[in-house]
Design a protein around this ligand. Structure first.
Ligand SMILES: Nc1ncnc2c1ncn2[C@@H]1O[C@H](COP(=O)(O)OP(=O)(O)OP(=O)(O)O)[C@@H](O)[C@H]1O
Length: 310
């Protein structure tokens, strides 16, 4: 399958600072592609280059199979983006805002179509309220409706959950999933939170100091095999014996007084119950996802975890 976005050896320098270094990645149709990295990792800089808001120092970007540089106007007609907080007219209603932005991008959608757009982002009931009365989360979602007004195939969202409360974050997450599943949009979304990307993305890239640390399918990194459960128990020998038997049949290691088993997080309560019922007392239990461990090592400043740097 031809990638929708194909980035090859992209570099962006700001004077002596290398914000993006030799970055290559591909996004395919139907992906919710997560851009993950701590502040300053180079996420916004990369997304800005995808939108021709800034020019690369070197390297190439192809969107929809075409080189971006000479053709960016026609190509970017197929892209909708929210890069900063959306600039909305706060004394106008949602539908008035949408109508104005639609005209600016050269389309004149019917009232019905505008209402459909607002429905898509969960704002149909507040279509006639002034934006000044909206919560931050509602403004962010209206920003997405604005970005979608010309019906783009590809949607690029830079940190869409920034500054939102837990309800706003959940609404945004549901909206992104809906854009992908119901409306068949390909979505690129950035975040500095692994939990956010884990819940919505199909594929992801981790950036650190402008460099790619890993790229791949999110499911692969959250398989049971990459989730380790560490158990502190009173009787490790008995626990090992029980965990190796039916119904669990697990591979168990003993490390520094803790048992370590590969197990999906959702199976942990059942495992806990089983051991207690068999007379093993549990003193501690913690799940460690290897991807989480890796990302934490990045955010705490460690440079290398060999397993993920290939
Ligand atoms: N216009 C600019 N001029 C100079 N340096 C810049 C410019 N834009 C970004 N940078 C620098 O490039 C690096 C990457 O910034 P970028 O905004 O891409 O990171 P980010 O991963 O999006 O992080 P954040 O979530 O904080 O925005 C940072 O060191 C930043 O200070």
């Amino acid at each position: 399958m031809q990638p929708l976005i194909e980035v090859n050896k992209l570099v962006k320098k700001f004077d002596t600072l290398v914000a993006v270094e030799n970055l290559s990645f591909s996004v395919y149709q139907g992906d919710v592609y997560g851009f993950l990295g701590q502040n300053g990792a180079g996420k916004s800089t990369t997304l800005r280059m995808l939108l021709s808001l800034i020019l690369p120092s070197s390297g190439s970007i192809r969107l929809f199979g075409e080189e971006l540089t000479p053709n960016h106007k026609s190509i970017l007609n197929r892209v909708g983006a929210v890069i900063e907080r959306p600039d909305l007219y706060k004394y106008l209603t949602a539908i008035e805002n949408l109508r104005i932005f639609a005209r600016m991008s050269g389309v004149r959608p019917s009232h019905r179509l505008l209402m459909d757009q607002l429905e898509m982002v969960g704002l149909a009931e507040r279509a006639n309220s002034k934006v000044a009365t909206y919560s931050q989360g509602m403004k962010q979602r209206l920003g997405i409706a604005v970005a979608l007004v010309h019906n783009p195939d590809l949607v690029i969202l830079d940190e869409p959950t920034n500054g939102l409360d837990p309800q706003g974050i959940a609404d945004m997450r549901n909206l992104i999933l809906r854009l992908s599943r119901e409306f068949q949009k390909t979505v690129v979304v950035s975040s500095h939170l692994l939990t956010e990307i884990e819940q919505i993305a199909t594929r992801m890239i981790i950036l650190d100091k402008g460099k790619k640390m890993m790229e791949g399918s999110v499911a692969d990194y959250f398989q049971p095999a990459s989730n380790k459960v560490h158990l502190g128990v009173t009787n490790p020998e008995k626990a090992i014996e029980l965990l190796k038997k039916e119904p669990w049949g697990l591979q168990v290691e003993l490390s520094r007084e803790e048992l370590i088993v590969s197990l999906a997080s959702h199976q942990v309560p059942a495992l806990n119950r089983y051991l207690v019922e068999q007379g093993v007392e549990i003193q501690s239990i913690r799940s460690v996802n290897s991807l989480e461990a890796y990302f934490l090592s990045l955010t705490s400043g460690n440079q290398h975890v060999a397993a993920f740097t290939n």
